[in-house]
Design a protein around this ligand. Structure first.
Ligand SMILES: Cc1ncc(COP(=O)(O)O)c(C=O)c1O
Length: 371
């Protein structure tokens, strides 16, 4: 059994994917070919933004946004400690200070209240908060409408880390449409995954778009006119061509993920475990289906013996990682993030998970609990 079945997905779209790859090979246009612009146009419309920029990864997308906003030494950015390292890494990479805020136990994402507390603490410590970097975790956007309001009342930028949440909705608005800009990832295991690294940035601000577009190619505004110190961070034409094929099936895949999630929720609902709560008015893309259990390690070992792969996202919150040690955080600073790190387990989740296989997973978990 696969945790995320990319092989079946590939076989399902094989003919179209291979034809798209061959077209690129034969076109000779490997860098920023027409497929990149086509994908940018389609995804900008999908997330209801004016502009989209294909980039080399979600990480580079976030780094370009922060750089283009002029966030750097002396500034602080508030984010969650319960995320993939890249979220906080990019803040450090551009020289700014990371300020962590604890998260909701139910949604596992940042809440306006916790962000406000972190903001006040940061200000008391003499830091200059510039932005909130809100992560859509496991496919579920953070409380974005409220965070957008908070950011605007505090004079901060809201930036969406939508690396896991492309296709998701918050109160009728697509993930990727909130704040000044957002970045998503096409890492193969993501809901819209490519066949290698890739990502996309979204904004509706023309000036910011122009700056980010230049930063993507060595700060170049015209050929050999370098206005900024930039990056080499373009999305490959190959990836764009393959993603254009997969994007056609993306809405249907998101629906299929809802069906799989519903089956898990039904099949496991009376057991002593809790689900990541999807608030009313929200749609998760279920990049992961994550549950919280007290006997996490025992359950993982039990499922492994039965041939069921699981994963722990994330076993250690970022404030306790050596790379962020110098920020001076201690164990106990973010109790919710720390307790989730001990208790979360992600179950197989992908649009091709058959009802038979899923029944076996559900039955196995029930058996673990003595059912
Ligand atoms: C929340 C989050 N932020 C950032 C990233 C970085 O994306 P990428 O791997 O495309 O650089 C990822 C995924 O890997 C992620 O899950």
């Amino acid at each position: 059994m696969e945790f995320i079945d990319l092989k079946t997905q590939y076989q399902t779209y094989q003919e179209e994917l291979e034809a798209a790859a061959l077209r690129v090979l034969r076109s000779g246009r490997y860098i920023l070919g027409p497929e990149v612009a086509e994908l940018e146009g389609k995804l900008a419309r999908f997330v209801k933004r004016k502009y989209a920029l294909g980039v080399s990864s979600g990480t580079d997308g976030l780094l370009i946004i922060l750089t283009a906003l002029g966030i750097g030494p002396g500034d602080a950015v508030i984010t969650t400690p319960f995320t993939f390292a890249a979220t906080a890494e990019v803040i450090r990479r551009c020289g700014a200070q990371v300020v962590f805020a604890d998260i909701s136990e139910k949604t596992m994402t940042l809440t306006p209240m916790k962000v406000k507390e972190a903001l006040q603490k940061a200000k008391r410590e003499g830091l200059l908060p510039k932005a909130i970097l809100a992560v859509g975790l496991f496919g579920l956007p953070a409380y974005l409408p409220e965070l957008e309001e908070l950011a605007s009342s505090e004079g901060l930028f809201l930036i969406e880390d939508a690396c896991q949440s492309l296709g998701a909705m918050a109160q009728g608005r697509p993930s990727g449409s909130f704040g000044i800009a957002a970045a998503t990832s096409f890492f193969p295991a993501k809901p819209l995954g490519g066949y290698g690294d890739g990502g996309m940035i979204f904004t509706s601000n023309f000036e910011l778009y122009e700056r980010m577009k230049a930063l993507r190619v060595h700060g170049q505004t015209e050929r050999y006119q370098h206005r900024y110190i930039g990056f080499n961070a373009r999305l490959d034409t190959f990836q764009a061509a393959l993603l254009l094929v997969k994007f056609k099936y993306f809405p249907a895949e998101i629906e299929q993920r809802q069906i799989v999630a519903k089956r898990y929720r039904q099949g496991l609902k009376d057991l002593p475990l809790s689900f990541q709560e999807v608030p009313a008015g929200y749609l998760s893309t279920y990049a992961q289906f994550t549950v919280c259990v007290r006997e996490r390690d025992a359950l993982q070992a039990y499922l492994k013996k039965r041939g069921i792969p699981t994963a722990i996202y994330y076993p250690k919150p970022l404030h306790l990682q050596p790379a962020f040690e110098d920020l001076g955080y201690q164990k106990g600073d973010f109790p919710v993030a720390e307790s989730l790190a001990q208790n979360v387990i992600s179950l197989p989740m992908h649009p091709f998970l058959s009802a038979i296989k899923q029944d076996f997973i559900i039955k196995s978990i029930r058996k673990f609990y003595g059912d």
